[in-house]
Design a protein around this ligand. Structure first.
Ligand code: PGA
Length: 249
């Protein structure tokens, strides 16, 4: 059985003034039956980890460097994230692929570093609107999966997030059939590459404009094990609605 996961991605949002949102989220779910993870800006990680200590919520980063340490001004290593209290890291988000030119090879190298260090890697894949309209979605996703996911992946250290780029922060969501098609495809690819046991144990998240109002129907789609949530993870009230829907799914 795959344990369901509600993961928040605060992106470049939040200072210490936002920490009470975490406190209030933790207060709403003293014993959530699903995993709850919030991926924060690196500057907030340590304080956030302290804030949610002894609650069911865990914290994660949004990127890490592939190297253990060294001359990489401005970057953060996987070990540094762990040191700050993280248990997971988002890698290859489309905003990193876009803003920082990250390629599949870069994402795979970062994922290796994360897994070697003991972090769970949430590897993001997703097509642009142009690619979807050209009926290239599955080709693109297939290439991102084979290029970005390292060989050492297991159900324990890997989570895959399907995030259509055109659905991120836009309020647009694919149809449930479209989500199901991609999630079934990702599952089949993972089973083919890693065998049925591992392939079936990796959690698959949907991301892109998930809100309390659409979460329940998305969570009912086959092979959707949870969500990666941007905007709606910033407010405890909104994210609570999504966690609630996941608990009932
Ligand atoms: P959104 O972002 O929920 O604001 O669409 C999702 C993401 O980018 O992870």
């Amino acid at each position: 059985m795959r344990r369901k996961l509600a993961a928040g991605n605060w992106k470049m949002n939040g200072t210490a003034a936002a920490l009470p949102e975490l406190q209030s989220l933790a207060g709403s779910f003293p014993d959530a039956s699903v995993d709850v993870l919030i991926c924060l800006p690196a500057t907030l990680l340590h304080r956030a980890a302290e804030t949610v200590k002894d609650t069911g919520i865990s914290v994660g980063g949004q990127d890490c460097h592939a190297a253990e340490s060294g001359a990489h001004t401005g970057d953060v290593s996987a070990q540094m994230l762990i040191d700050a209290g993280a248990s997971a890291v988002i890698l290859g988000h489309s905003e990193r692929r876009e803003d920082h030119g990250e390629q599949n090879d870069d994402v795979r190298a970062k994922a290796r570093a994360a897994m070697d260090t003991g972090l769970k890697a949430i590897i993001c894949v997703g097509e642009s609107l142009e690619q979807r309209e050209a009926a290239n979605t599955l080709d693109i996703i297939g290439g991102q999966l084979s290029g970005s996911i390292p060989d050492q992946s297991t159900g324990e250290n890997l989570i895959v997030a399907y995030e259509p780029i055109w659905a991120i922060g836009t309020g647009k969501v694919p149809t449930l059939d479209e989500i199901g098609e991609v999630h079934d495809f990702i599952r089949a690819r993972l089973e083919r590459r890693f065998g049925e046991g591992v392939g079936r144990s990796v959690r698959l998240l949907y991301g892109g404009s998930v809100k309390p109002g659409n979460a329940a129907e998305i969570f009912a789609v086959s092979n959707v094990d949870g969500a990666l949530v941007g905007g709606a993870s910033l407010k405890a009230e909104d994210f609570s609605g999504i966690i609630d829907a996941l608990q009932k799914a």
